[in-house]
Design a binder for this molecule. Structure first.
Ligand code: CLF
Ligand code: SF4
Length: 535
């Protein structure tokens, strides 16, 4: 919970260096052995899924910070919303995957924004949204430039918001160049969550990603630029860790440039106390006008992304539920309600900031979430007990799930804009990502032309679990080797996934089915907008 008055900049008594690893300041950090941080057996255990940690995995003061932050807690992202305000237009570096001039309401990716705001406009917008959406718990400043290249606008916004809405958590995202100079300010305003985008720890790699930086009153290019950026990022991360600020690292996976290198990045940021590592696919289309887009640099496939994430198992905990938000996104991750809160609409809204109403609403959300968590755990135990009756095997598959929330299989195939992907084995189910797709159901009828793109998006999955599905998509999915399953409608996802998996194993064991390997899947480059969503 944020304090109404700015916090003192006195460092806290402990520094956080990853889930379950609180250290007193001055104690040595646990540095993983160079060969021990990574493994190719991804998805095994909690070390690879830090954002899915629960209260039992961390000290209470850390749980308080993450429990309703949708990016820092995978479970929270089903229940709590975040918003961004676009108060930071300038940037002090150039990334080859960024073009901030590009603005399109059909796009959803970092750096894209429809309206830039003054701090005063931004605070009014946050208070308005918080009044309308009581589960909106976090304000992030994430561009469209760099939050810390615009320190006055960024910190003015946070300061004013703290005075008016002290319960909202503050979060910022930065490239890290200006970070070491501003850590005191970050602590002064009680900003508990900071994201640094770190794409390399080797300046030779960095020179392929960053053509220039602007630092110390001059423009610097080449390896020298990348070296300075790298040193500032590492210093900033260490300083935040020492102050107890939960720091998340975002990395853009650029095939052929930093894909294998990100494993080393993961190790290095873990050493320096990063709380989470979010490895995201490069978004790169020629029409975005970025250097990478124009030079034909492709983004990774779904399996390439997963392979790098899995190879980082045992290193810094991974976030796998990132939706690569716009710099003015509003709502739950995966939905964008920014169109409901344009400046002209806000000007006409009457705002009453009712803290008690927000708190009591969130208490209800918390009760429901805990009940779901417990029910899910019980269902999982029962399903695992059933699985142990089957012959031992090392089968590990991906399953796509259609859900509209609440942790259940409860969405019609035709209404899905994003599938959640679970990896399942006889030991566990693990959320490993999401795949965006175009709506199949358009105005009451199915658009069969969309089906091939849906198949491509989940082509690495053996089954798709839905609440309902029509005959045509059922046939097309089956023909592509993806089993459409509506037998678990309304069930908790983990129980349903394990239930289907046990049935699949039984069929394979009895010879009724021959297990086949699946192909790769395509990560969709564009994204849906709020208007396209059913929600
Ligand atoms: Fe925004 Fe980022 Fe804070 Fe979240 S987003 S500043 S940490 S409140 Fe989240 Fe969006 Fe991914 Fe960012 S899903 S792009 S990780
Ligand atoms: Fe764009 Fe952010 Fe890179 Fe600046 S730091 S060039 S805003 S992606």
């Amino acid at each position: 919970m944020q304090s109404a008055s700015p916090a003192s900049s006195t460092p806290p008594a402990v520094a956080f260096v990853g889930i379950g690893q609180i250290k007193r300041l001055g104690d040595p950090l646990d540095i993983p052995a160079p060969s021990g941080g990574c493994s190719t057996e991804g998805g095994e255990g909690k070390a690879s899924c830090g954002s899915s940690g629960g209260p039992e995995d961390m000290p209470p003061e850390i749980w308080e910070k993450v429990k309703n932050h949708p990016c820092y807690s995978e479970e929270a992202h089903h229940h709590y919303a975040r918003m961004h305000v676009a108060v930071a237009p300038a940037c002090n570096i150039q990334c080859n995957y960024c073009n901030r001039k590009y603005d399109c309401s059909n796009e959803s990716r970092p750096g894209v924004v429809s309206q830039k705001l003054t701090p005063e406009q931004a605070v009014k917008k946050v208070v308005t949204v918080a009044s309308e959406i009581p589960q909106m718990t976090v304000l992030g400043i994430a561009g469209p430039g760099d939050s810390l290249a615009n320190p006055k606008k960024t910190f003015d916004t946070f300061r004013m918001l703290q005075e008016q809405a002290p319960d909202i958590k503050l979060c910022l995202s930065t490239n890290g160049l200006a970070l070491p100079d501003l850590v005191d300010e970050i602590c002064r305003y009680n900003i508990d969550h900071v994201t640094i985008t770190i794409n390399m720890v080797d300046p030779e790699v960095g020179a392929k990603i960053y053509p220039w930086i602007f630092w110390d009153h001059r423009r610097i290019t080449g390896i020298e630029a990348a070296r300075i950026l790298h040193e500032r990022q590492m210093l900033g991360l260490e300083m935040l860790t020492a102050r107890g600020v939960l720091t998340k690292i975002n990395s853009v996976l650029i095939p052929g440039v930093n894909d294998q290198h990100l494993i080393e990045v993961n190790r290095e940021v873990k050493k320096r106390g990063a709380f989470l590592h979010n490895i995201m696919p490069l978004i790169s289309e020629a029409e975005h006008g970025t250097v990478f887009g124009l030079t034909g640099q492709r983004g990774p496939t779904a399996q390439e992304l997963k392979a790098v994430q899995d190879a980082c198992a045992g290193g810094a905990n991974l976030m796998r539920h990132c939706r690569q938000c716009r710099a003015d996104a509003v709502g739950l991750l995966g939905e964008d309600r920014s169109e409901e809160f344009t400046q002209d609409k806000i000007d006409q809204m009457e705002v009453v900031y009712d803290l008690d109403r927000r708190r009591s609403y969130q208490e209800q959300v918390e009760i429901e979430r805990q009940a779901q968590h417990q029910a899910k755990q019980m269902a999982l135990q029962m399903a695992l007990a059933g699985a142990s009756a089957l012959p031992v095997d090392d089968l590990k598959l991906l399953v796509a799930v259609a859900t509209q929330g609440g942790g259940r299989v409860n969405e019609h195939f035709g209404h899905v804009t994003e599938f959640q992907i679970y990896e399942v084995s006889a030991q566990q189910t693990l959320f490993v990502g999401h795949r965006r797709v175009d709506l199949y159901c358009q105005g009451g009828y199915g658009d069969d032309e969309q089906l091939p793109s849906v198949v491509r998006a989940i082509n690495d999955c053996h089954a798709v679990l839905v609440s309902k599905i029509g005959a045509c998509p059922r046939d097309e999915l089956s023909a592509a080797g993806i089993e459409p399953v509506d037998a678990y409608a309304g069930e908790f996802i983990e129980k349903a996934v394990l239930g289907w998996f046990n049935d699949y194993r039984s069929r394979v064991a009895s010879g009724a089915l021959v297990h086949q390997h699946r192909g790769d899947a395509q990560i969709r480059q564009g994204a849906f907008t709020g208007a396209q969503q059913a929600a």
